[in-house]
Design a protein around this ligand. Sequence first.
Ligand SMILES: [Zn+2]
Length: 94
Amino acid sequence: MTTTLKNKTPQRKCIGCNESKPKKELIRIVRTPEGEMLLDSTGRANGRGAYICNNIDCLQKAIKTNGLNRAFKMNVDTDVLLKLSEEMAELGKR
Ligand SMILES: [Zn+2]
């Protein structure tokens, strides 16, 4: 990806609503080299990542539109989607 924006805050696109937002407003979903999918609240986990709003609606949208499958170039298991939804709900409570 090439960007010539001189904005200090890197922007990433949410895989749910497809809006570009400052990276810090988004949550990174990462697929680790071991094949585990998790919400990366530190933004430092190794692996292929995708960004999503800190919003369960966007996660649901990403699931419905196969945004996760596209982002990770694989079919993400329903079990995993459920786990991510639960983790997202937990984050929302904090
Ligand atoms: Zn979003």
